[in-house]
Design a protein around this ligand. Structure first.
Ligand SMILES: Nc1ncnc2c1ncn2[C@@H]1O[C@H](COP(=O)(O)OP(=O)(O)OP(=O)(O)O)[C@@H](O)[C@H]1O
Ligand SMILES: [Zn+2]
Length: 739
C-alpha cells in the first residue's frame, strides 16, 4: 500500500495530535479530503473523527510532529459519514485556536462537533440513492438493475434501500452491486429545513443621517468581501443595532452567512424580537439551552448553507459556516465573551481570527469599548464609526454622584435620602425606576456578634452568602449550602448571627418598606432561571405592570425600557477594590451601561451613583460622560508598564488536592521561569481564590512585551516541570480574571 493511503485523523478528545489510520480498499481514497467525517476504531470503541492536516499556525508557533507507526500496526477507517466535510477554514481555525490557547486540538474540535456529537453512536441520518454521472455502459445491465436505473432517472431526491427493495421488488444486493460499480451513489435524504430565509427588505427603518452614514460604511465593507474590522461605537440608545442590521441585510442579499455573537443569549429576547420585526423571521440560535435535536438541526443547516443568519453565544464561532460573509460582536466589551473553563478563549478575539481566515468583515459594537479595541481603533488598525446622539432626539441621562459621606442612609439601611426622594418623584409621575446592585442574595457575609466568627465555605476561600428567599447560606463558587444557623457554629451563642452588607434581596426588602405601593420586579440569575422567565419579566416592564426594578448585572445588558427614567446605583464603589488590572475599566463600563438604560425615549433620565469615593476618576468620568478620554488616560498608564494591550499576559494556575503539592509545582515553575529581555514572571503566589472546590490554587503571571510571542516561551517553560497527574496546570492566555 502506498504511504499516501495513511491519513491523519483528529479525534474530539484531549489528544495532542491526530492519529494515523489506513484507508481500507473498500473506501475511496480520493473522496477522503481534510474535513471528512469518519468513524474509526479507538481501543475497543468506535469514534467519530475528522481527516486532518497541518495548517498555518499563529506566528512563531510550531507543533511537535508525531511519527507514523509501523504500517501493520495502523488501524483502518471503518466508514465515512454522509455529512459534507468540515470547511477548510474551520479546520484552520481549530488549529489556530488550539495553538494560541495552548490546548489540545482535539478538545477544540470537540466544541465544533457539539452539534453532531452523538451522531456516530445513535443517530446516523438517513441517506438514500441517486444516479451518479458514471455512464451505464460500463456495467452489465440486468433486468433488476435496469428497474432501479429507470426509476432513479430524472429524480433529484434520493430513495432509501428500503423503499427501492419494496417498491421495485429488487433485492438489496442489486443495489449494493450498482453502488459498488459507481452507477448510483449515496446522498442524504432531504429534510425539512427549520429556518426561514430572512427578508432583507421586510421592514427597513428610516435611519438618522448619522446612522445612515455608518450603515453605508458597513454595507460597503460587506460588499468588499474582504477581511476588515470596524468598531461601531455609539452612545447608549443611539440605535447601533439598527445600523448593523443594515449590514446584515446587505450580507443576506449577497447570499452569504452572518454570525452575530451576543454575550448572553438567554437575555436576548428583545434583540430577537427586533430582528423579527426587521427581517420577518426569527434568526437561528446557538446556545447551551438548545436541545440535542435543535442543536443537530442547526448544525446541519449551517454546514448545508441553509442558515443565513445565526445568533449565538461564544461557541457559535466553531459552527461549520461555509459562506461566512460577516461577523458581528455586540457589546464587545463584555467579559462574558471570555470562556473561562475547558478551552480558555476570548470569543471576541477569536471572532476576529475567524473573520480573517474567512476573509470577511468583523464589526465590534459597544457604547463602552474595551481598551484593547479602542486602542486598535486609535492606531487605525480598526475602522472607527461613532454615533453621538440618541435615537429620536432623546437626551443622554444626567449623572449625579450621591456622596454617602454627606448624605448617608439611616443606620443599617442602604438607600440614601436623595435617592429615596428622587425615586418617590419618579414613581408618582408614573415612570419606572431601576436599582442596580451587582450582588445576588440578601447579604454577602454573615458573622457572629458575640465572637466575630465569619461563615466561610469549607471548600472555597469565600464567605457564604445569605439567600433569605431560600433560607440558606450559599457558596457562590461551588454547590455548598447550609440552612441559616440559629446559633453561632463556633461559640454557640444563640441568635447572634448578623448579616453584613447588602445583596439585592436586602435592597428589595428595604424598597418594599420604603415604597409600599411600588410594584417591584427583581431581576437576577436567581429569579430569572430561564429565557422564558426573562422574556416574561421584560414583558412586565414593557407593559408597565411594574415600576421599580431591582437587579444585578443582568439589568445592564442593552435593554430598551422606554418608561425608565431613574437609575439608582446602590454601591458604585463595588468593583473598584481588588487587584484586578481592569477594575476601573470594568466598573466604568458596567455603570455607564446601567446608567444608559435611563431616559431612552420620551422623558429625560437621571442616574444617581451612591458612592463613598465621590472624587474617584471613574465617578468623575461617569458624571462628565467622556468615556474615551478616561480610556486614553488608562491606556497611557498601561503602556508604561507593558500591560495589555501594550504587552502580552498569560496566567498559569496550578491546582492540587493539597496545598503542599500546589505550592511545590508552582515553586518549581518559579525556579524555571524564563529569563529573557522583555519577559517578566510575577509569582508564584496563592490565588485570591486560594481554595476552590477543594483544590488549592497558586498563580503565576507571565508578561512579555508586545513583539514577543508568548506561546513558544510557555511551551518550553511548562515542559521543564514534571507534575503528577493530580496536579493540574492551566494556562490562561490574555487573562481577564485574576482570581
Ligand atoms: N432609525 C431608527 N428607527 C426607528 N427606531 C430606531 C431607530 N434607531 C434606533 N431605534 C430604536 O431606538 C431604541 C434604541 O436603539 P438601540 O437599542 O439599537 O440602541 P443601542 O445603541 O444598541 O443602545 P445600547 O448600547 O444602550 O444597547 C430601540 O428601541 C430602537 O428600536
Ligand atoms: Zn464553595
Amino acid at each position: 500500500m502506498p504511504p499516501s493511503h495513511i491519513l491523519p485523523v483528529l479525534l474530539p478528545y484531549p489528544f495532542k495530535e491526530p492519529f494515523y489510520y489506513q484507508v481500507p480498499p473498500e473506501l475511496e481514497y480520493e473522496s477522503l479530503r481534510p474535513g471528512t467525517l469518519i468513524i474509526v476504531p479507538l481501543g475497543s470503541r468506535e469514534e467519530m473523527g475528522v481527516i486532518w492536516e497541518k495548517h498555518s499556525l499563529p506566528k512563531g508557533i510550531s507543533l511537535p510532529e508525531e511519527k507514523p507507526k509501523k504500517i501493520n500496526k495502523i488501524k483502518s477507517i471503518i466508514s465515512i459519514l454522509p455529512i459534507p466535510p468540515l470547511p477548510t477554514i474551520l479546520l484552520e481555525f481549530i488549529d489556530w485556536v488550539a495553538a494560541y490557547t495552548i490546548s489540545p486540538p482535539g478538545l477544540v474540535l470537540a466544541i465544533a462537533l457539539r452539534g453532531i456529537q452523538t451522531y456516530a453512536s445513535t443517530n446516523v441520518p438517513k441517506s438514500g440513492w441517486i444516479l451518479s454521472d458514471t455512464p451505464i455502459d460500463t456495467i452489465r445491465v440486468t433486468p433488476a438493475r435496469e428497474k432501479i436505473i429507470q426509476f432513479l432517472k430524472d429524480k433529484e431526491n434520493p430513495f432509501t434501500t428500503g423503499f427501492l427493495t419494496d417498491a421495485l421488488q429488487v433485492s438489496s444486493s442489486v443495489i449494493q452491486g450498482l453502488a459498488k460499480a459507481g452507477i448510483i451513489e449515496e446522498k442524504l435524504l432531504p429534510y425539512h429545513c427549520p429556518f426561514l430565509e430572512p427578508d432583507p427588505s421586510f421592514h427597513i427603518p428610516l435611519l438618522s443621517d448619522e446612522q445612515q452614514e455608518a450603515a453605508n460604511f458597513l454595507s460597503v465593507k460587506v460588499k468588499e468581501q474582504q477581511f476588515s474590522v470596524t468598531l461601531l461605537q455609539g452612545v447608549t440608545g443611539s440605535g447601533k443595532t439598527e445600523v448593523y442590521m443594515q449590514a446584515i441585510a446587505t450580507c443576506i442579499e449577497q447570499r452569504q452567512q452572518v454570525l452575530i455573537l451576543l454575550p448572553e443569549i438567554a437575555l436576548s429576547s428583545q434583540w430577537i424580537e427586533r430582528f423579527e420585526k426587521r427581517f420577518g423571521v426569527k434568526p437561528a440560535l446557538w446556545h447551551s439551552d438548545l436541545t440535542n435535536k435543535q442543536r443537530k438541526l442547526t448544525w446541519q443547516a449551517v454546514i448545508n448553507n441553509e442558515v443565513s443568519v445565526l445568533v449565538g453565544a461564544r461557541s457559535a464561532l466553531f459552527l461549520p459556516f461555509t459562506h461566512l460573509g460577516l461577523i458581528i460582536i455586540d457589546e464587545e466589551h463584555e467579559t462574558s465573551f471570555k470562556q473561562e473553563e475547558g478551552i480558555i478563549y476570548h470569543a471576541r478575539d477569536m471572532a476576529i481570527v475567524r473573520a480573517r481566515l474567512s476573509n470577511c468583515p468583523a464589526v465590534l459594537v459597544s457604547a463602552t469599548p474595551s481598551l484593547e479595541t479602542l486602542t486598535n481603533a486609535y492606531h487605525q488598525k480598526y475602522h472607527h464609526l461613532t454615533l453621538t446622539a440618541r435615537h429620536g432626539g432623546a437626551s443622554m441621562p444626567d449623572v449625579q454622584v450621591v456622596d454617602l459621606r454627606a448624605t448617608p442612609p439611616h443606620r443599617g439601611l442602604f438607600l440614601s435620602p436623595p435617592l429615596i426622594i428622587a425615586t418617590q418623584q419618579r414613581l408618582e409621575k408614573g415612570e419606572q425606576v431601576l436599582y442596580f446592585l451587582n450582588r445576588r442574595g440578601y447579604a454577602p457575609l454573615t458573622l457572629c456578634r458575640a465572637c466575630g466568627h465569619r461563615l466561610e465555605c469549607p471548600h472555597c476561600s469565600a464567605w457564604l452568602v445569605e439567600h433569605r428567599r431560600t433560607q440558606r447560606l450559599v457558596c457562590h463558587h461551588c454547590e455548598y449550602f447550609i440552612p441559616i444557623p440559629k446559633e453561632c457554629p463556633y461559640c454557640d451563642a444563640p441568635d447572634s448571627m448578623v448579616p453584613i452588607g447588602p445583596g439585592i434581596e436586602r435592597i428589595t426588602e428595604e424598597a418594599r418598606a420604603t415604597f409600599p405601593d411600588a410594584k417591584i420586579l427583581v431581576m437576577s440569575s436567581d429569579s430569572l432561571t430561564s429565557p422564558k422567565a426573562t422574556a416574561e419579566a421584560i414583558r412586565q416592564i414593557d407593559q408597565k405592570e411594574v415600576n421599580l426594578i431591582i437587579g444585578t448585572q443582568i439589568v445592564a445588558k442593552g435593554w430598551h425600557f422606554p418608561f425608565l427614567t431613574l437609575v439608582g446605583v446602590i454601591d458604585a464603589d463595588l468593583g473598584l477594590s481588588g487587584a484586578d488590572l481592569r477594575a476601573s475599566e470594568k466598573t466604568l463600563q458596567l455603570l455607564h451601561q446601567v446608567g444608559g438604560r435611563a431616559g431612552r425615549a420620551h422623558s429625560a433620565g437621571i442616574v444617581m451613583l451612591q458612592s463613598y469615593l465621590a472624587d474617584h476618576p471613574v465617578m468623575e468620568t461617569l458624571v462628565k460622560g467622556d468615556f474615551n478620554e478616561f480610556m486614553l488616560q488608562e491606556a497611557a498608564e498601561r503602556q508604561m508598564g507593558f500591560w495589555p494591550p501594550y504587552g502580552r499576559l498569560a496566567a498559569i494556575i496550578v491546582s492540587a488536592d493539597t496545598s503542599d503539592e500546589a505550592m511545590q509545582i508552582a515553586y518549581e515553575l518559579g525556579q524555571n521561569a524564563p529569563q529573557m529581555e522583555g519577559v517578566i514572571v510575577l509569582g508564584p503566589a496563592p490565588a485570591p481564590l486560594a481554595l476552590l472546590r477543594n483544590r488549592y490554587r497558586q498563580r503565576l503571571l507571565l508578561r512579555t512585551q508586545k513583539h514577543i510571542a508568548i506561546q513558544p516561551i510557555l511551551h518550553q517553560w511548562l515542559s521543564s516541570v514534571k507534575a503528577k497527574k493530580s496536579v493540574k496546570i492551566d494556562v490562561d492566555i490574555d487573562p481577564i480574571s485574576f482570581l
